[in-house]
Design a protein around this ligand. Structure first.
Ligand SMILES: [Zn+2]
Length: 318
């Protein structure tokens, strides 16, 4: 069923702690939104929460489709959860089938990073570029890829999981079960590890950094961003290490995909050019066939927490 371009759709973004939903128009604008806590028991209760949100929007708007964005791996044949590290009782759940029991509307379900990638490609900072790839950098590291106007999924739905490329044989153990994934060197968790290592090695510099600490007296990603903007040595060094790894990954992926743009999203974007510029420099430093080809643009994501919701709402338009 083809959805008309003037119709409104609903996007639902399911994260480990929050379920955000919104009514979205065909230009990616959120007309109305609401959020709930992700039910701790997941599964059946989660479907009830989503159903409730959708029903409430339906009482106010004429809705033409539902797009689900979820922090989980989804099978390539649509809808079945293959793995969800942060949400309970999702294994084998099929969002598309469950929601079609209650709503006679088109429904799609997509991984959150893929949904966010789609929002950036359709309406954001990678609009009309081809191919485009996306790194979403938070505690972990997700990925997305659009080639010739289509979200790339691969044969089993694990395509474009860019955070899990091996960059260090027998390296640090990763949550995915493998060792030495780029996630362990270029994620927000890695940034914190670099900072803590340097604090341990140099207590005087550590004191300087702790001036920026939060109420609990500990450091966080936000602490490091603020401190780096003020020129703090440890914070800048930690960001530079993270950027160096990410830049080297960008160089490798450029050889694989030759993207026009690499979009970087997630919490790390708060650091802005302070982070993106070292990523560009590292990518140039590690680039094979340097000087013989143009380089992808490294850009910050336009959308923050709404990216998954906006992308999923558009994906149901088919
Ligand atoms: Zn991994």
């Amino acid at each position: 069923m083809k959805i008309s371009s003037s119709a409104l759709t609903i996007g639902v973004d399911i994260g480990g702690t929050k379920v955000s939903a919104g009514v979205v128009d065909s230009d990616g604008n959120i007309i109305s939104s609401d959020r709930r806590s992700t039910p701790a028991s997941g599964g059946v209760e989660l479907i009830a929460t989503i159903t409730d949100l959708i029903t409430s929007f339906q009482s106010q708007y004429e809705i033409a489709g539902i797009g689900i964005s979820v922090a989980a791996l989804i099978s390539a044949d649509q809808g079945t959860i293959v793995g969800a590290p942060n949400i309970a009782n999702l294994s084998k759940l099929n969002f598309v089938e469950e929601l079609k029991k209650s709503f006679s509307l088109p429904v799609v379900a997509e991984n959150d990073a893929n949904s966010a990638m789609w929002a950036e490609y359709k309406f954001g900072n990678a609009k009309n570029l081809n191919p485009v790839m996306f790194f979403i950098i938070g505690t972990g590291m997700g990925g997305g890829l659009v080639i010739d106007g289509k979200l790339f999924k691969g044969a089993n739905g694990i395509g474009a999981e860019f955070g899990h490329m091996n960059v260090q044989p027998n390296g640090i153990k990763c949550g995915c079960g493998a060792n030495g994934c780029i996630e362990q060197y270029a994620s927000g968790s890695a940034l914190m590890r670099y900072a803590k290592e340097e604090m341990k090695a140099d207590p005087i510099k550590a004191k300087e950094l702790l001036k920026y600490s939060d109420a609990s007296g500990d450091i966080s990603g936000a602490t490091l961003t603020t401190a780096a903007k003020q020129g703090n040595e440890i914070a800048l060094s930690a960001f530079n290490k993270q950027a160096d790894w990410l830049g080297s990954a960008c160089a490798s992926y450029t050889l694989l995909l030759d993207p026009q743009a690499i979009v970087i999203g997630g919490g790390v974007v708060e650091a802005g050019e302070l982070f993106l510029n070292p990523v560009r420099l590292a990518m140039e430093k590690y680039m094979p066939f340097a000087g013989t080809h143009s380089l992808p643009k490294i850009v910050a994501a336009k959308y923050g927490n709404d990216a998954g919701l906006i992308g999923a709402a558009d994906l149901v338009r088919g």
